[in-house]
Design a protein. Structure first.
Length: 368
């Protein structure tokens, strides 16, 4: 059925492009623009489009697969029209509303990762929920930063560009994933960062953790949520200026995909699956991608399926930089999804901390 739908869609696209060519060739007064195409297809949401890709042929991986040499014809078509004949996304990817989600590049595909299970960016926080929460006592508890008892220099800086991202199992009375926002540091992604800091310190690796309420700081500056990375950029730069030893920068988020995609059971233990996002629009892209791939491989060797993979984003698919130009050891990690429980998140944090610690010590031995 899916293959039939793909065939129909491809046929429609070919007919549409031929019609546009014919109309313009005949110099007709009728013109089809990107706006017209976009408006005419705006009823096609991401869920409908994703069904077209739920087949194995779209699963990608750079492991144990022979690199296919592109044909000359495909190269010519790409250079002249920015269309890759074997990738249906390039035909109308910029025209169809909701289609930009599928432009993300999959550098390494984890188990079950394909165009239908790509990461979903969380929406801006619900202002009403945050206002009501801020007026209550639910967010008065603060997480105390653990002390670096090992007296080691701090080398890891953990922060959260979207600090409001929270998890439904910890939010009372909220069931809508689009409203999974909280200022409570024990309910949002800050709890994940705190747990990671604790786990690293226990392993003798110095780590600092920013618990900044990004929502509040944006309001103080009169900035929009789209400027979250600009705000955390200032925070990170201030921290690294004061403490030069901070070279590993980890920005922790959570995804908005459903539980069936973001959860793994392994040896009777449930884990919140994680994944890496690498910005393509900065000078450190290659080194950051190499780091993400290395950590991803080590995680998969320990617990197969714990990672959903490594994703690369340019400015067309997102921020494109994610402050990863500030260090060649920058990591953007998405832990779990909106439905994951705290223990599942902490199980994954523990595994990541162990893998990262081993990697860090190996690098230090080589450098010394």
């Amino acid at each position: 059925m899916i293959r039939i739908l793909n065939g129909y869609l491809l046929a429609i696209i070919i007919v549409m492009y031929f019609s546009i060519f014919l109309i313009n060739y005949l110099k007709s007064d009728i013109k089809l623009s990107s706006d017209i195409v976009s408006v005419s297809t705006k009823q096609l949401d991401a869920d409908i489009l994703s069904s077209l890709f739920e087949i194995g042929q779209f699963q990608l991986s750079d492991v144990n697969e022979e690199i296919k040499k592109p044909s000359i014809l495909n190269g010519v078509v790409w250079l002249t029209s920015n269309i890759w004949p074997e990738d249906i996304r390039t035909f109308l990817g910029r025209e169809l509303v909701g289609f930009s989600q599928f432009n993300t590049e999959i550098a390494i595909a984890g188990k079950g990762t394909n165009l239908a299970t790509l990461p979903i960016e969380s929406p801006p926080p619900n202002e009403d929920i945050l206002t009501n929460e801020n007026n209550s006592s639910s967010n008065e508890d603060k997480i105390e930063s653990p002390k670096n008892e090992a007296s080691n220099k701090n080398v890891v800086y953990i922060y959260h560009s979207h600090s409001w991202e929270a998890f439904l199992p910890q939010l009372s009375g909220i069931t809508d994933p689009n409203q999974a926002s909280s200022l409570d540091v024990k309910k949002n992604v800050i709890q994940v960062g705190t747990q990671l800091q604790n786990e690293l310190l226990e392993r003798g690796i110095g780590a600092e953790h920013s618990t900044t309420n990004v929502t509040a700081e944006l309001k103080k500056k009169g900035w929009s949520y789209a400027q979250s990375y600009s705000l955390t950029r200032e925070i990170v730069q201030e921290a690294t200026t004061k403490e030069k030893s901070l070279v590993y920068l980890i920005d922790i988020h959570r995804d908005s995909q459903a539980r069936k995609i973001t959860t793994l059971e392994f040896n009777g233990i449930e884990y919140a699956r994680l994944f890496f996002v690498v910005g393509k629009e900065n000078k450190n892209y290659e080194r950051n991608l190499k780091l993400a791939k290395e950590l991803n491989e080590r995680l998969e060797n320990e617990i197969p399926g714990i990672s959903r993979g490594v994703f690369v984003k340019s400015k067309d698919e997102g921020n494109g930089v994610y402050n990863q130009d500030l260090s060649s050891n920058s990591i953007l990690l998405e832990f779990g999804g909106v439905d994951n429980k705290q223990q599942e998140l902490f199980n994954t944090v523990d595994e990541f901390a162990e893998v990262f610690s081993e990697y860090y010590r190996e690098v230090e031995e080589v450098n010394n």
